[in-house]
Design a protein around this ligand. Structure first.
Ligand SMILES: C[S@@+](CC[C@H](N)C(=O)[O-])C[C@H]1O[C@@H](n2cnc3c(N)ncnc32)[C@H](O)[C@@H]1O
Length: 540
């Protein structure tokens, strides 16, 4: 194996610096930068080239990168440019909007040659809604683009060679999602005083149309204060769409005296509408929670809406989160149940989970079954009830609880106190007694971390987008558990952490001690840029 210092010396300075960064955007652009370096034969110093702001360039989208942005290179120089809303194979004119580190961002002015593998997007909002960016790309091509992104990041950020990935069949083909619409069990819509309209529809604006112009929908891409009104979302369940339509039909009625929250003036009542779909565990029928997030507690103002939505047989819970802060979050300081139960249920790998308004639960239940099966297979549990599992970033305990049935004990760690409460409740509901869940911040562990549980045979680590903190990486390298199953929703930080665990942290003189056995990308969210990966590491 190459020594740590040898490996590090092969990296350009900006990448060495970058390996300390915890920002996923930088991580993904690293991959672009390296692509640029590969092309440097065309120009001895591509970094010396920089297009001016406002300049127009003729570009070709080569692939999709972070946040689904199209990755393009300027002809002759290989300079990297990212553009939103372009697809692989598309030739277009782009205008430079800003410089970001060692690449530039452009906005598309005009398409010259349409992309490859283009299809008609079934959703009317697809071309300007921030949710589905690739609905007009054939699903096979979406999968190909995601797989390519993971491969690029493993090579350029993780420093695994392409040969290594292929000859040892480390990188597996991406697992597709068989259900490509109506797969989301949770959607959050925002209320706003004015509908946002894309440029091409601005002529439809009728001046100040008062209540009629109020918006309930999804945020325009990149804007916290611009809301695209939507009557239907093809990603959420059919019953959730019926509820959304019923609310859209009436909430603007002046007689109801309901005002949308204005994020600039901080006035108004209705902030968000959250719809969660679960399942009645005995009948298997869908059950829905409707969560109104408001800026103050006035249940009398919500009465008409509550009566309207509770008339749907699927609606078993209507809650009100009261969030008096100026922040835009949907988590209230207080929560009130206005109709039915305060939570809904769902089943996953044969277990029952109780889901309250603000508890984390995998958003695509169907594909979570697939994901958890892969995790279980990677964990390689012997099944003799002798092993210890450490479940890091355990959320509401779902992964650990699915493994608990065949191991000695599961220890779960998670920062959100409510999630820990839910995890304990979920253990109880399922009659699981060999699981311990502890609240704690894994970014702030000290030398005492690890003293309260026996050495694990298997570590599951499922961090959110920033990946693992260096303190945790060091802890794991010291712990030397035989197996780590790293579950990631951000392939860029995942590649960085795999690099640390396998190749070490040269800057800190730390040796890696793991071998990457497999990386299985899974498509949890068709039509969006999100990619989930399950990685198996074994102690060398
Ligand atoms: C991707 S979720 C995984 C949840 C769970 N494993 C599952 O599959 O449902 C990441 C979890 O990490 C938690 N988390 C984020 N930062 C954390 C930190 N610094 N320390 C501990 N937990 C953290 C989040 O609250 C969230 O529940």
């Amino acid at each position: 194996m190459a020594s740590i210092s040898n490996l590090t010396n092969t990296l350009p300075m900006h990448i060495r610096k970058f390996r300390h960064s915890y920002y996923s955007l930088s991580l993904s652009t690293l991959s672009c930068s390296l692509a640029e370096d590969v092309d440097s034969s065309k120009n001895p110093n591509p970094n010396s080239y920089f297009p001016k702001r406002g300049q127009t360039l003729e570009l070709v989208c080569e692939s999709l990168a972070f946040k689904g942005k199209g990755l393009c290179k300027v002809t002759q120089t290989g300079f990297v440019v990212l553009c939103d809303r372009v697809l692989p194979g598309e030739h277009f004119i782009g205008r430079v909007t800003r410089k970001k580190g060692n690449y530039a961002e452009v906005t598309k002015v005009k398409t010259l040659i349409p992309p490859r593998d283009i299809v008609d997007a079934p959703c009317v909002y697809a071309s300007h809604c921030g949710g589905c960016k690739t609905q007009n790309l054939a699903y096979e091509a979406q999968l190909g683009a995601k797989e390519e992104q993971v491969r690029d990041l493993l090579i350029h950020v993780g420093r695994f060679s392409g040969k290594e990935l292929e000859s040892h069949a480390i990188l597996k083909p991406i697992g597709p999602c068989d259900i490509q619409f109506h797969y989301r069990n949770k959607m959050e819509f925002s209320f706003g005083p004015r509908r946002w309209l894309p440029k091409e529809s601005l002529h439809e604006r009728r001046g100040d149309a008062g209540n009629e112009d109020y918006a309930l929908g999804l945020h325009a891409p990149g804007f916290f204060d611009k809301i695209l009104n939507v009557d239907k979302c093809l990603l959420q369940s059919e019953p959730a769409n019926k509820v959304l339509a019923a609310i859209q039909e009436c909430w603007r009625d002046p007689q109801l005296d309901l005002s949308p929250y204005n994020v600039h003036s901080h006035s108004g009542f209705l902030k968000h509408l959250m719809l969660r779909t679960g399942r009645d565990v005995t009948t298997g029928r869908p059950e829905l929670m409707v969560n109104f997030v408001t800026s103050s507690y006035h249940p009398e103002l919500l009465k008409f809406l509550v009566d309207k939505v509770s008339a749907f047989p699927e609606v078993v819970s209507v809650v009100n989160n009261v969030n008096t802060s100026v922040g835009n979050t949907s988590v209230g300081e207080e929560e009130y149940t206005l109709y039915g139960k305060s939570s809904i249920t769902e089943t996953l790998r044969g277990l029952t989970f109780q889901i309250s308004a603000n508890s984390f639960f995998q958003t695509n239940t169907y594909q979570a079954e697939v994901l958890y099966k892969i995790i279980e297979d990677c964990a390689g549990i012997r099944g003799d009830g002798s092993e210890i599992v450490l479940d890091l970033f355990c959320g509401t305990g779902t992964i650990g609880l699915t493994l608990a049935r065949s191991v000695r004990h599961v220890y779960g760690y998670e920062v959100v106190p409510q999630a820990i409460k839910d995890a304990c409740l979920n253990a109880k509901i399922n009659g699981i007694q060999n699981a311990t869940f502890v609240q704690g911040d894994l970014n702030k562990i000290d030398e005492n971390f690890g003293k309260n549980f026996p050495k694990p045979d298997i570590v599951i680590s499922d961090p959110n987008r920033p990946g693992m903190h260096m303190k945790l990486i060091k802890f794991l390298l010291n712990l030397r558990a035989p197996r780590i199953v790293y579950v990631s929703c951000n392939p860029a930080t995942c590649a960085r952490d795999l690099d640390y665990l396998c190749h070490g942290v040269a800057e800190q003189n730390i040796e890696g001690c793991y071998k990457l056995i497999g990386v299985q990308p899974v498509d949890m969210f068709p039509h969006t840029p999100h990619i989930e990966c399950v990685c198996l590491l074994e102690l060398q």
